[in-house]
Design a protein around this ligand. Structure first.
Ligand code: 9MR
Length: 359
């Protein structure tokens, strides 16, 4: 009877990913250890840098990867599959296939989805970057993109990164952003309004990297958040991506940064955490490096846990196998919480322990 039940279950879910030697996994997962009001997320690998790598699209083809994705996380963020260049490759053509599949996967596995992203300077299609449009046309292109994409997943997206990386390090609006350059910074408020009209239940976020310490960029976001809230623009959250490097020290002021936005009545979130390091010759991190990395991960989690309304904690991929880091920073790597074979690093256990203690 017990044997029958097990095999029936296996037929539905398939065998679990193989446990690696020395793996201390005892059945607890990040999602099951987390406090009820905190989503634990990961990026879902596909598109972007993956397209040039010698492997097929991870989300669609790597079964063990999908198992870990379902088992460990209560939130998923399409890494590239909802970006303009992917989802809107031609002016009058959308490509929803991968995004639909991720949203379906999330529904089947009881996961939230973080939509990423609507207003950004990067990964926009050539037709948009190189086209000649009047201001009115450009505005209507953005509006109809937001209505179409946000509207398609209405009721199924927990949080949208509406505006991504809109300030530079000095706290000035990025002029590389075509919408901001051509239409002025007021377009940011409009993007939030349109997204809210298309999905009134989604929490709408400002999202950026380089906001883990106080400084001009954080000041700019705080001023913008106050301005948007005063104008009753539907802004609901502020997120730190938290792409960290061990070159720059521990993120020990992050809690105080998040608190400034919590004080405004906003949700806060960690949306893209990873911690890269300089790899020694041979490419294998030292035990000490792995401990330091674990400490950084834990510091970021603790910052989120310390703030009342930090409700989503996402790592930017869970395995080094698919990390963007070595592709963009050739001498650095090992930035995620699992090795290529999905065995867990000290950073994984640091998160698990931090979550358990917070429950
Ligand atoms: O991880 C993404 C990678 O696959 C893409 O090639 C890259 C292109 O810009 O974007 C990566 O994700 C970025 C995210 O969308 C926004 N914040 C920075 C992330 C890392 O570059």
């Amino acid at each position: 009877m017990a044997v029958l039940a097990t095999s029936a279950l296996l037929a539905i879910v398939g065998p679990a990913a193989p446990a690696s030697a020395g793996d201390r996994h005892d059945g607890k997962t990040l999602r099951s250890a987390a406090p009820r009001d905190l989503r634990i997320g990961t990026a879902v690998a596909g598109g972007g840098h993956h397209v040039d790598q010698p492997y097929p699209d991870p989300f669609f083809h790597d079964k063990p990867y999908r198992k870990v994705l379902a088992r460990e996380f209560s939130s998923v963020s399409p890494e590239n599959q909802m970006k303009w260049e992917f989802i809107h490759p031609e002016r009058h053509r959308y490509n929803f296939g991968a995004a639909d599949a991720i949203v379906r996967f999330a529904r089947q596995n009881g996961q939230a989805v973080r939509g990423h992203t609507l207003l950004w300077h990067s990964q926009n299609p050539a037709w948009l970057n190189e086209g000649t449009f009047t201001k009115a046309e450009l505005r209507s292109i953005l509006k109809s993109h937001i209505y179409t994409v946000v509207g398609r997943y209405r009721g199924q997206i927990h949080q949208w990164d509406v505006a991504n990386e809109i300030f530079n390090e000095n706290g000035e609006y990025r002029q590389e952003n075509i919408f901001i350059r051509e239409l002025g910074p007021g377009i940011v408020a409009d993007a939030f309004r349109w997204a809210h009209q298309a999905d009134p239940k989604a929490q709408l976020f400002l999202n950026d990297y380089g906001v883990d310490w106080p400084g001009a960029k954080v000041d700019a976001y705080e001023a913008l958040a106050k301005e948007l809230l005063a104008a009753r623009v539907p802004l609901h959250g502020f997120a730190s991506q938290a792409h960290l490097s061990m070159r720059y020290g521990a993120p020990d002021q992050l809690a105080s940064v998040l608190q400034r936005f919590d004080d405004l009545g906003l949700y806060t979130a960690i949306t893209e955490l990873d911690v890269r390091m300089d790899l020694p010759e041979g490419g294998v991190p030292t035990a000490e490096q792995l401990q330091t990395q674990a400490r950084y991960y834990r510091t970021v989690l603790d910052a989120c846990l310390a703030v009342d309304d930090c409700n989503s904690f996402t790592i930017w991929g869970f395995t080094d196998k698919y990390s963007w880091v070595p592709v963009f920073f050739p001498s650095e790597g090992a930035a995620t919480v699992m090795w290529d074979d999905f065995s867990r690093k000290p950073a994984y256990y640091a998160l698990l322990e931090g979550l358990r203690q917070a429950r």
